[in-house]
Design a protein around this ligand. Structure first.
Ligand SMILES: *[C@@H]1O[C@H](CO)[C@@H](O)[C@H](O)[C@H]1NC(C)=O
Ligand SMILES: *[C@@H]1O[C@H](CO)[C@@H](O)[C@H](O)[C@H]1NC(C)=O
Ligand SMILES: *[C@@H]1O[C@H](CO)[C@@H](O)[C@H](O)[C@H]1NC(C)=O
Ligand SMILES: *[C@@H]1O[C@H](CO)[C@@H](O)[C@H](O)[C@H]1NC(C)=O
Ligand SMILES: *[C@@H]1O[C@H](CO)[C@@H](O)[C@H](O)[C@H]1NC(C)=O
Ligand SMILES: *[C@@H]1O[C@H](CO)[C@@H](O)[C@H](O)[C@H]1NC(C)=O
Length: 566
C-alpha cells in the first residue's frame, strides 16, 4: 500500500516536470478563423511600425462564486436579495490567480515591458499593452493585416490567428483586438424621417398618435405621469455613447416637450479619449435620442453620459484604420473602476454587434464583466438591434449568413443583447403595442439558456415546434426579455424636429422608467433593483403588459411571433 502510494506520487512528479514552463514554450494557437469573415476583404499587410493597443485578459479566479452571488442578490426568493456587493468585494472574486499574474508578467518582461508601468484594469484581470505591429507579430506568432469592410470601406488591423507559448494558454483567456471583426458597436437607431415642414414647437400636452410619440405620450402609456423623483442625485441614470450629444438640441427638446427640465444637462464623462464636440453638425442621432428620452422621462434624476472613443467622425487611411481599439473594454474598465456610490443604478446602451463577429471567448469575458456590474446592484439594458431575426444589414448579402466559411443560412443574434446577465429590450409599435417588425430577437449561439427563463422559453418553443429548425439555436439564451415602444419618437436633431424608430428608442425608455422605480425604492431606504432578470421572470412580469402579437421578419421568414408569455 505505502509503496504503491509513493509510486503514484513519483509519477505525478514526472508529469509535473515534463509540464514545466521551460519545456512548453512552443507557440500554440489560441484562436483562429478559417476564412476572412464575410463582408471583409484582405487589403494587405499592416504597416510594421504602426502601434496597436492590445488587451490581454487573465482568467478570473472565482467567477462561479461571483455568478452565484449575482443570482442570490437578484432573486427575490433569496435571503440575500438586494445585498449587493461592493467594488472591492467583486474585485476580490475576479482578481486573477497570482500564478497567472506572475507568469504573464514574466513573459511580458522577457519582451521588454516594464511591468510597474503596465496599464491594468481595476481588478488587474486585464493588462493593456501598446506595441508596434512587428512586435505583436512576434509575441503572438501571427501576421497582422489590413482588412476592409466591403459595404462601408471601414478598415481594421486584425489577424486570422494568434498564438501563445503553450505554458501560457491556461493563464490567458483572450487577447484582443486580434480575431475580432465586429464593427465596433453599431448604433441601433433605425431611421430618421425628417418633418422639416412641420412647426418645431408643439405644446407638450398635444395628443399622441401612432406616428408621433413624445415623452408625454410615454408617460401616459406607461402610467408614470405625475411621479416626481424623490431622491435625484442619490439615484442616477447612465447612457453609454459613441457619438456626441448636443446641448443646444437638448435645450430645444426640453423647451418643446419637457419644459420643467430646461436648464439641466447631462454629466458628460469622456472615456479613453472620447469627446463631445458641440459643433451642431457633429450631433449624433443615437446620442441625442438616448439622452433626450432618458432625461425627458426621468427628470430631475441626474443623467451621466459616457462618451467613449472609437466613434465617428473618422477619416480612414492605411495608417490610421478605424476601430483599432476594441469597443467594450475601455468603458468597462472605466465604470468598474468607480464605486457603487459614484455609478448610476440604471444604465442603457443602444449599440451592439452581430454576435458572430465577436469571438466567443471575448464575448464570454465581456458578458462576465457585465455580471460584475449586476452583482453591484446596477441594472443594465441593451437594445436588441433593428434587423428582425437577421443581422447587420449594411450589406444585404451578409444579413442571414454564417461567417465561418460555410455560408450557412442562419438567423443572426446580436451581442451584448445575447448576454444572459443583462436585460434586453425589443421594440413595439403603435399605442396598442404590437411587436415592431424590425425588432431584433432570437437565440444566442454563445450563451446557453439561463435557468431563470427555462419555463418561459420552453413553453414558447413548444408553440413554434419545428418551424425554423436549423436556423436558430434552440438551446441558447432567448431574447428580448422586455419591450417598449420604439417607433416615431420625436427628437430634436441639429436644430430640427425628426422622427426616429429603433430598439434604440425602447431601451432608454425602459431604463428611464426603471430608474423611477429605483428612485422610489431608494427613497424608502431600500436597495435598487439591480440585475432584473430573476425577478422579472419569476414575479416582475406581472407589472408589465404582455405583448402578444407582432413578429420580427428576416431571412425570408416571418421571424418569431410574439405570443402570450413571450
Ligand atoms: C385631443 O383629443 C381630444 C379627444 O379626442 C380632442 O377633443 C382634442 O381636440 C384633441 N386635441 C388636439 C390638440 O388635437
Ligand atoms: C463643424 O463640423 C463641420 C463638419 O465636420 C465642419 O465642416 C465645420 O467647419 C465645423 N464648424 C466649426 C465651427 O468647427
Ligand atoms: C462563401 O461566400 C463567399 C463570398 O460570397 C465565397 O467567396 C465563398 O466561396 C463561399 N464559400 C462556400 C463554401 O460556399
Ligand atoms: C397601427 O395602428 C394603425 C391605426 O391605428 C393600424 O392601421 C395599423 O395596422 C397598426 N399597425 C400594427 C402593426 O398593428
Ligand atoms: C448552440 O448553443 C449552445 C449553448 O450555448 C452552444 O454550446 C452551441 O455551440 C451552439 N451551437 C452552434 C451551432 O452555435
Ligand atoms: C431569399 O429569397 C430570395 C429569392 O428566393 C433569394 O434570392 C435569397 O437568397 C433568399 N435570402 C435568404 C437569406 O435566404
Amino acid at each position: 500500500m505505502v509503496y504503491l502510494r509513493s509510486y503514484i506520487c513519483l509519477l505525478g512528479f514526472i508529469a509535473l516536470a515534463a509540464a514545466s514552463p521551460t519545456k512548453r514554450r512552443t507557440p500554440m494557437v489560441k484562436d483562429s478563423l478559417a476564412h476572412v469573415p464575410r463582408g471583409w476583404t484582405l487589403h494587405g499587410p499592416a504597416p510594421a511600425h504602426h502601434k496597436i493597443r492590445l488587451r490581454i485578459g487573465l482568467p478570473q479566479s472565482n467567477f462561479a462564486e461571483l455568478e452565484k452571488a449575482l443570482y442570490d442578490v437578484s432573486d427575490p426568493s433569496s435571503a440575500r436579495y438586494g445585498a449587493h456587493l461592493s467594488k472591492e468585494e467583486v474585485e476580490e472574486l475576479v482578481a486573477p490567480h497570482p500564478e497567472s499574474l506572475d507568469l504573464v508578467e514574466d513573459w511580458l518582461i522577457s519582451h521588454g515591458f516594464d511591468v510597474a508601468t503596465l496599464d491594468r484594469s481595476p481588478a488587474k484581470d486585464w493588462i493593456t499593452i501598446v506595441v508596434p505591429v512587428y512586435q505583436a507579430e512576434s509575441m503572438f506568432d501571427t501576421k497582422y493585416n489590413v482588412y476592409k469592410h466591403d459595404a462601408t470601406g471601414e478598415e481594421l488591423f486584425r489577424t486570422q490567428s494568434y498564438s501563445l507559448p503553450e505554458y501560457l494558454l491556461e493563464h490567458v483567456d483572450v487577447v484582443q483586438p486580434t480575431t475580432m471583426f465586429g464593427r465596433g458597436m453599431r448604433a441601433m437607431a433605425k431611421t430618421s424621417h425628417f418633418q422639416s415642414d412641420e412647426p418645431t414647437a408643439f405644446p407638450p400636452t398635444d395628443n399622441c398618435t401612432n406616428t408621433r410619440i413624445t415623452p408625454a405620450c410615454l408617460q401616459d402609456l406607461y402610467k408614470t405621469k405625475g411621479y416626481v423623483p424623490k431622491v435625484p442625485g442619490k439615484n442616477k441614470i447612465g447612457v453609454t455613447g459613441r457619438q456626441y450629444v448636443n446641448f443646444a438640441d437638448l435645450k430645444q427638446f426640453y423647451q418643446t416637450y419637457v419644459p420643467a427640465a430646461v436648464g439641466s444637462t447631462p454629466d458628460v464623462k469622456l472615456v479613453h479619449g472620447g469627446q463631445n464636440d458641440q459643433n451642431i453638425s457633429l450631433a449624433g442621432t443615437e446620442a441625442n435620442l438616448d439622452v433626450q428620452y432618458v432625461s425627458g422621462l426621468s427628470d430631475p434624476t441626474p443623467v451621466t453620459f459616457w462618451s467613449t472613443r472609437g466613434s465617428p467622425p473618422f477619416k480612414p487611411d492605411l495608417l490610421t484604420p478605424t476601430n483599432t481599439n476594441e469597443p467594450y473594454g475601455d468603458w468597462l474598465d472605466y465604470v468598474l473602476g468607480h464605486s457603487n456610490e459614484e455609478l448610476p443604478q440604471t444604465i442603457t446602451t443602444s449599440y451592439g454587434d452581430d454576435e458572430q463577429t465577436v469571438p466567443r471567448d471575448y464575448a464570454v469575458r465581456v458578458c462576465r464583466e457585465l455580471a460584475q456590474l449586476g452583482v453591484r446592484g446596477i441594472t443594465l439594458f441593451y437594445s436588441t438591434g433593428d434587423f428582425g431575426v437577421g443581422g447587420d444589414s449594411s450589406n444585404p448579402i451578409n444579413t442571414c449568413v454564417s461567417n465561418d466559411g460555410t455560408n450557412t443560412t442562419t438567423f443572426l443574434p446580436a451581442f451584448p443583447a445575447s448576454c444572459p446577465y443583462v436585460t434586453t429590450v425589443g421594440a413595439t409599435t403603435n399605442l396598442t403595442e404590437v411587436a415592431a417588425d424590425f425588432s431584433g430577437g432570437g437565440f444566442s449561439n454563445y450563451f446557453p439558456r439561463p435557468r431563470y427563463q427555462s419555463k418561459a422559453v420552453e413553453t414558447y418553443l413548444k408553440t413554434i415546434g419545428f418551424e425554423y429548425a436549423g436556423l436558430y439555436n434552440s438551446t441558447g439564451r432567448g431574447y428580448p426579455d422586455v419591450a417598449a415602444l420604439g417607433t416615431n419618437f420625436r427628437i430634436i436633431y441639429q436644430g430640427r424636429e425628426a422622427g426616429i424608430d429603433g430598439t434604440s428608442a425602447s431601451s432608454p425608455t425602459f431604463a428611464a422608467i426603471t430608474s423611477l422605480v429605483n428612485d422610489a425604492l431608494i427613497a424608502k431606504g431600500r436597495p435598487p433593483l439591480g440585475w432584473l432578470n430573476p425577478w422579472l421572470y419569476s414575479t416582475g412580469y406581472a407589472a408589465l403588459n404582455d405583448i402578444t402579437s407582432g413578429n420580427n421578419p428576416g431571412c425570408n421568414t416571418t421571424g418569431f411571433a410574439a405570443g402570450p408569455g413571450w
